[in-house]
Design a protein around this ligand. Sequence first.
Ligand code: SF4
Length: 220
Amino acid sequence: MRADATVRASERARRRLITLNAEIRGCRLCHAAGFLDEAESVPIARDPEPDAPTPRILLVGQAPGLRATITDRPFAGAAGNKLRDWFEQGGIPREDFWRKIHFSAVTRCYPGRLPGAKGDRVPSPQEQALCRPWLDGLVDVVKPRIVLLVGLLAVRTFHGPVKSLAAVVGEATVRDGILYIPLPHPSGVSRWLNEPANVAAVARAMRILREAVDDLDRVR
Ligand code: SF4
């Protein structure tokens, strides 16, 4: 009986998530405000994989990259491969990467390149504010047990004015029953990962994730 109730609650959450995603995909607030070009940037909000359980692990990045916009799948490229390597150490097999994690970001549209630089533009505070209700709504629907914060913008969105990645990667925080695990962006463009101490901090974060995933699997 209890198992039936759990399955029904999970299915309700799944349907709410799919409805929320449809609303996000229809959002054009930043286009209307002049921050984004309609032809270059549409919101990304992927529904959970058809055969997957309702995700209890939420990943929050900065914003989708160009490849994600083209493939409609965040972290599909080389940076995603590195993330999959890390998460295997964290107890999430590569084949479960898309099934067990729900992917989100501080803003949901590709912000375009940073002029004169290799990386993408960081979404402005105004864009972050416009997109925040979608993120809050997502947390409310998914009710994640684990939130993976990828990159400094995601970390600051949840933890306030953190000084640097080095101050938080390798540590985790529990708030309102949610475990927050800060991580660097896995991009090869980032030089942060050239430091052995920072690589060791990521390994510590993956040990924390593995324990939390084991706990999650036990209560499923
Ligand atoms: S970034 Fe967020 S708020 Fe802005 S248009 Fe995209 S989905 Fe809407």
